[in-house]
Design a protein around this ligand. Sequence first.
Ligand SMILES: Nc1ncnc2c1ncn2[C@@H]1O[C@H](COP(=O)(O)OP(=O)(O)OP(=O)(O)O)[C@@H](O)[C@H]1O
Ligand SMILES: [Mg+2]
Length: 328
Amino acid sequence: MALLEVSDLRKYFVVEKGIVRKNRNYVKAVDGVSFTLDKNQTLGIVGESGCGKTTLGKTVLRLLEPDSGVITLNVNGRSINVLDADEEEMRLVRKKMQMVFQDPQSSLNPRMPVKSIIGEPLKILKIAEDPEEREGIVLNLLTDVGLGKEHMERYPHEFSSGQRQRIGIARALAVGPDLIILDEPTSSVDVSVQAQVLNLLKRLQETWNMAYLFISHDLGVVYHMSDRIAVMYLGKIVEVADADRIFDNPLHPYTRALLSALPFPDPEFRGKKKRILLEGTVPDPINPPPGCRFHTRCFERKANRPCKREEPGMREVEKKHLVACHNY
Ligand SMILES: Nc1ncnc2c1ncn2[C@@H]1O[C@H](COP(=O)(O)OP(=O)(O)OP(=O)(O)O)[C@@H](O)[C@H]1O
Ligand SMILES: [Mg+2]
C-alpha cells in the first residue's frame, strides 16, 4: 500500500476582477493532479516557475484547502482521508506529514529563538510537554542537522541561508514524520552549500526512514534526489516515471525539452540529446490553452491529432511510466 495517494486534486485561486461572478477569473494552479508515493521513497516534482508546485505541496498538507480531490494517507495501519479528517486524525496527519518551505526567511518566526522554533511542534502536537524534555530533543535534532548547542538561543537572522534551511529541516523532523514535503529546499541557499544540504537530506532519509515529496524547478537536482519523477506543466502532471526512465526514455515533448536544457558533462549523453528550444512563453494560467495545455509550444503537435481540442489523459505507455500526450 502506498504511503500517500493523491487523486484528481484541484486548487483554483480567485483573481478578483469584480463582484459579479461571471467577471471572476481563476488561476488553475493545481488542476487535476494524481500521484502515489511509497514509504521511504522520493517522488520529485519538477516544472517551471508558476506551474503549481508550491500550491500542490501546501494543498496536500491542507495548509491550503483544495477545491476537490482525494488525499489518502496510510499510517499506523490506518487509512486517513485527509480532506475529511476530524481533529484527532488531523493531528496524526500533522505528525506524519511535514513541510520544509521554499523561503526559510519567511517561514521561520523572526521573534523566536531556534529552541522555540524547533520545539513548537513538539508542544502543539503534545509530543513533549515538559520544557526540559523538549530542550533535550531539540538539541539532538540540531546535532542531526549539523548545528549545535550554541545555536539554541539564537534568532533566525543570525544564521546563513544554509543554516536557516537546516533549522527548517530540524523543525520538520521534530515530530518524527513519515513524509516531508521539501519545497525547493536549496533554492535560497548559497550555491556552494547546496550539495551539503542535499546530502544531509539523503542521509536523514536513510536514518529516519522517511518519504520525500521533493519539489524543484531543477531537473538535475530532482534526478539526484528522486526514485520517481513527475513533470508538471501549467497545473498538471504531464509525465511520471522512475527517474532513470525519465532520463533514458523521456516521452512527453515538454520533458524532452527540459532534459535537453540540462548541462551534461557526459559527451555521449550530450550527443544524443539535441537542445530543444521551445517557442513562446508559458501561457497565462488564468486562461490556459484548450486541448493539450502544451500544444501552443509543442514541436510535435500534428494537425491530424486532437492536440488543440482534446485534453490528453494519462496513459501507461510502459510499466509504471505514464504520459499525457496524444502522440502515445
Ligand atoms: N494565493 C494566491 N492567490 C492567487 N494566485 C496564486 C496564489 N498562490 C499562487 N498563485 C498562482 O498560482 C500559480 C502557481 O503558483 P505556485 O507558487 O504554486 O507555483 P510554483 O510552481 O511553486 O512556482 P515557483 O517555481 O516560482 O515557486 C501561479 O500562477 C501563481 O501566480
Ligand atoms: Mg514554488
